[in-house]
Each structure stands twice: as C-alpha cells, then as structure tokens.
Ligand binder design. Structure first.
Ligand SMILES: Nc1ncnc2c1ncn2[C@@H]1O[C@H](COP(=O)(O)OP(=O)(O)OP(=O)(O)O)[C@@H](O)[C@H]1O
Ligand SMILES: [Mg+2]
Length: 281
C-alpha cells in the first residue's frame, strides 16, 4: 500500500537533499559521502554534509574535525535547551574544506550519556537537521547509518528527498541488503539516483593493476531488473582509507589521482540527474 506523506517538507534553502544509504554496515557509506561531497563541490556546487549517525558519527573524524568539549547543545532526553525562536534554524554548521558540515553526534552530550532509544534518536536527528543554518546549498548529503530502521523512518516521514545513492560492495549479501533498502526508499517515493559499488576491485598502488578481490555476484542483472543505474565503481585503495583516517579525504588531497576519477564521474552523473529533476521544481 502506498502511503501519502503529507507531513514531508523541504529544507529551506537546500535545492537537493540526497541520502547516502546502505542496507549493510561498513560498506563505505561515510567514505563515499565525504568524497562525493568534495567531488560535487569541485564541479561548482555549494555542498553540505549532515552526519545522521548518532551511534557512530564518523564524518567529523574523516574530515579532521575535533569535537569541542562544550559543544553539547542537545541533551539525550531529546530536550534542546538552547533557545529556538519561531522554529528558525540557529545551529551554525562547521565549515571544512569548503563544505558545510554538521554531525548530530558532535552536538550530543555523550560524555556520560545514556543514548536515547531509536525513535527518540530519530526525532533528535530530524530536529537537528532543520535547526542547522545551512545557507543556500545546491546539495545537502545525508550520511545515514545502515539499515531501514531509525533514523531513516523518521527522516523520510519528515523530509522530501531529492535522491538516494545506495552504497554496496560486490558481495551477494550486501546486494540483497541493497535490495531491501531500495524497496524502503521507493515506498517513500524517494528518487533512486543509483548504486555506487564500493571496494569494487583492488587497485595496486604500485602498478595500478585492477584485481577482482571479491567473487562477483549477479549484481548488475539485479540492478537491471530493478531499473537502477550503477553510478560507478570505487576501487579499494590504500589512499582512500589513509586519507579518511588522516582527516584529509582523497578528493581533498589528490582529486586528480586515477582512483579519484570514479568519484568525479559519479558526481557528474548526480549533477545531471538532479538538474533534470529540478527543472520542474
Ligand atoms: N574504497 C575504499 N578503499 C579503501 N578503504 C575503504 C574504501 N571504502 C571504505 N574504506 C574503509 O572501510 C572502512 C569502513 O568505511 P565507512 O566507515 O565509510 O563505512 P560505513 O558504511 O559508513 O560504515 P557504518 O555502517 O559503520 O556507518 C573505513 O575504515 C574506510 O576507510
Ligand atoms: Mg558510516
């Protein structure tokens, strides 16, 4: 049954709200979200990135942003003690490498906190997203935790997405999980921009040879059946993981490297798809 979502709204001043999602954990969503945000920016877009992973906020680490001890403005109870006037956004984003960044984990008083239950976490994440003073953005990427529970449910009920990028790896299990995610987002009528296959093959840092590490699953036929585009294949590369660990993502540090090309191509496709969709907005 298709449900209407009359409460879905748009985020003021954001043209394209794009979720980066996966069914399974650890497939590289955050790595892809951070590098794609930079790749979109390099193509001239104004880009924000919202880390919606309350339990494992990795965006700040990957961008070398340290938590300020006194930054807590949201209590785990869900009460937001800072004054919010007329529901106007009041949280300044963090500027990093030209991106506008916010991580809900940075705002939580987690030092000795009891983590909120998932539905409450969903509400906190939704509220924070609209409380950030994003400014005019062409793209706001949402780095979601894995799965189709919370906060995905609350976010999709609350906001109209302009696109979903599903991240998967070549293995079967991951593809089955991607299928589950696909149905979940389609149920909310969110346009599926396509799938990014991460850790698709190993790229030797010495000779550039492409080594197929994982046994390939019938992933492309699965995508064809579902009428979903494969946006690109990202190699497994030591500079991708090192850049992420050092807080200097590949697309900030070495965006012209061979293994960075896939990010540029994916960003181009997303720009084209979203521009087409936006014509009628
Ligand atoms: N293409 C890649 N090449 C090398 N390392 C990668 C690549 N993609 C991701 N990684 C590494 O894999 C690990 C997991 O990546 P990441 O944290 O982005 O996954 P995730 O899907 O966001 O995880 P979670 O589900 O926990 O949020 C990280 O250490 C990251 O550096
Ligand atoms: Mg992540």
């Amino acid at each position: 049954m298709q449900l209407p979502f009359p409460l879905q709204k748009r985020i003021h001043s954001v043209t394209n709200l794009i979720a980066v999602a996966s069914g399974k954990g650890g497939v590289g969503k955050t790595t892809i979200a951070v590098n794609l945000a930079l790749a979109l920016q390099q193509q001239g877009a104004k880009v924000g990135l919202y880390d919606a992973d309350l339990y494992g906020p990795n965006v700040p680490l990957m961008l070398g942003i340290r938590r300020k001890k006194s930054a807590a403005s949201i209590h785990p109870s869900g009460m937001i003690p800072t004054a919010r006037v007329n529901n106007a956004p009041y949280i300044p984003p963090i500027a990093r490498y030209g991106l506008q960044i916010m991580s809900v984990g940075l705002l939580m008083a987690t030092d000795d906190a009891v983590m909120p239950d998932p539905r409450m976490a969903g509400h906190i994440i939704r509220q924070t997203l609209q409380d950030v003073m994003w400014g005019n953005l062409d793209f706001l990427l949402l780095d979601l935790p894995p799965g189709t529970g919370e906060p995905q449910q609350t976010l999709l009920e609350a906001f109209q997405l302009d696109g979903v990028v599903l991240v998967t790896t070549p293995q079967d299990l991951s593809l089955m999980d991607a299928g589950r995610s696909l149905k979940f987002f389609q149920q909310f009528k969110a346009p599926i921009l396509g799938v990014v296959e991460n850790m698709s093959y190993l790229m030797c840092p010495h000779c550039g040879e492409q080594i197929e590490v994982f046994q390939r699953s019938p992933g492309e036929s699965f995508l064809q059946q579902q009428n979903v585009e494969l946006l690109g294949r990202i190699p497994m590369h030591i500079e991708i993981s090192r850049g992420i660990s050092a807080g200097h993502p590949l697309m900030e540090d070495a965006s012209d490297a061979t293994h960075a090309q896939a990010f540029q191509q994916i960003a181009q496709k997303i720009m084209q798809k979203c521009t087409g969709q936006n014509d009628g907005k």
